[in-house]
Ligand binder design. Structure first.
Ligand code: UD1
Length: 417
């Protein structure tokens, strides 16, 4: 078992660089399966989820080589094989191999996905879209099998702008016959990164970043070089770290446009955020205020920053409120924050957070990735010491987060039992 011991620290100060985005690199690794060439990815974060995706690609015969932050994927010897439960259950994003494998080989069999316990997280939209494109889909014994002699482009309307479904359908459409139009598509920056990657492979994806994406299928794609965009959620988490400790930090390797929703809410709470030559400066300068926020698909406030903002709200004077509209069960961190002395009331999809004068260290559990990040943030301002257990969830999405925070002045120790 591995835990973090977090002691109360002073205001964070200094400069850190943001890693490549977890939610970009995973679909892009899956998309590499669309070609039998060699793709090289730059700025790949060294995360547990990336390791799982490497294992999964290795299972199909990809040969992977990591040098520093560069990942080379050679797909010349791919053989489609059923994706087993023990790999797929570790990470929901494993399901992203469905679109590319189906599109390239005409058949794919994959165990039903696992991942963070933040709701039921169905995959109906992925399957509905693939069926519209001509896939024959069967479910049985915990596996989904999809087959199609040749996927055919069509018009697919998503009932909800699901990130994963949009990505799976773009990948499926990349080698399909004719034009696929995805309506009510997700608009997240990671979708644009995926589209840019596929276009560098020789694909034809237009409109990524808007709600209508058009993919003209091509006969063949080749390997390419691509650099992953910076992780807006890692950046947002560090922005909250500066805010909650009353610090003053500079983040480099950021795309500020992707941070607009987080920036807007932190500014509303009284945090200063300036564009500087190297990136952005986040600092406290004056009094803080309560805030209300609602999570929404991009460009709304990201659900992946909700838990971290809740930790921050616990320290604001007065009552703040969060409405979670993306996932139906994403408040598990509230009961852990309460163990640190937070005052939070959950009412359906809303959380009412009453600021407290001080949080107190205790033993708490990371129930999912971002919940773990929220506990790290709260631990940095709680009196005494906080032990966070089950930190494998945190390692799924943050590379050496404790080192990064320590370089800014935090007091965090990783402890292996
Ligand atoms: C991705 C991100 C995750 C983020 C989420 C929302 C990756 C690897 N993960 O997850 O970090 O929290 O977007 O921004 O990129 N839904 C359905 N049916 C479906 C698919 C989704 O009902 O077929 C629902 C889900 O249950 C959820 C909502 O749609 O309530 C959003 O899910 P989705 O956008 O698909 O998230 P993921 O792609 O799983």
């Amino acid at each position: 078992m591995t835990s973090f011991f977090v002691s109360k620290c002073g205001p964070l100060r200094g400069k850190v660089a943001i890693n490549g985005a977890k939610n970009s690199v995973l679909p892009i690794m899956a998309a590499s399966l669309l070609s039998d060439g060699i793709s090289t990815l730059g700025d790949v974060p060294l995360l547990e989820d990336v390791k799982v995706m490497c294992e999964l690609l290795g299972h199909f015969g990809s040969s992977l080589r990591m040098e520093g932050k560069r990942l080379q994927i050679d797909n010349s010897r791919i053989q489609p094989a059923p994706a087993p439960y023990d790999l797929v259950r570790k990470m929901r994003a494993s399901f992203l191999i469905m679109g590319p494998l189906l599109s390239r080989f005409g058949n794919v069999k994959i165990s039903l996905p696992g991942g963070c316990a933040i709701g039921t997280r169905p995959i109906d939209l992925h399957l509905k879209g693939l069926a519209v494109m001509g896939a024959d889909i069967t479910l049985g014994h915990g596996y989904i099998e999809a087959s199609a002699d040749k996927l055919t482009g069509d018009r697919v309307y998503l009932d909800f702008p699901s990130v994963g479904a949009t990505e799976n359908l773009i990948m499926a459409a990349a080698l399909a016959d004719g034009l696929t139009t995805i309506e009510n598509a997700a608009e997240e920056p990671e979708i644009i990164d995926l589209a840019n990657f596929i276009n560098s492979m020789g694909g034809h994806v237009r409109g990524a970043g808007t709600d209508t994406i058009k993919v003209e299928g091509v006969r063949q794609l080749s390997g390419c070089n691509h650099t992953i965009i910076p992780d807006r959620i890692e950046a947002g988490t560090l922005m909250v770290a500066a805010a909650i400790t009353g610090g003053d930090i500079i983040l480099t390797n950021v795309i500020s446009d992707h941070l607009r929703p987080v920036e807007a809410k932190l500014k509303e709470a009284g945090i200063q955020i300036d564009s500087v030559e190297e990136g952005i400066r986040v600092y406290k300068n004056g009094s803080l205020h309560t805030l209300d926020l609602k999570t929404l698909p991009y460009p709304g406030f990201p659900t992946d920053m909700q838990a971290q903002m809740m930790a921050f709200m616990c320290t604001l004077p007065g009552t703040s409120m969060i409405t979670e509209t993306v996932f139906e069960n994403r408040f598990m961190h509230a009961s852990e924050l309460k163990r640190l002395g937070a005052k939070i009331r959950i009412e359906g999809r809303s959380a009412v957070v009453e600021g407290v004068d001080r949080l107190q260290g205790a033993q708490v559990k990371a129930t999912d990735l971002r919940a773990g990040a929220a506990l790290l943030l709260a631990g940095m301002v709680a009196e005494g010491s906080t032990e966070i257990v089950d930190i494998h969830h945190i390692d799924r999405g943050y590379e050496n987060i404790e080192e990064k925070l320590r370089s800014l002045g935090a007091d965090i120790i990783r402890h292996e039992y």
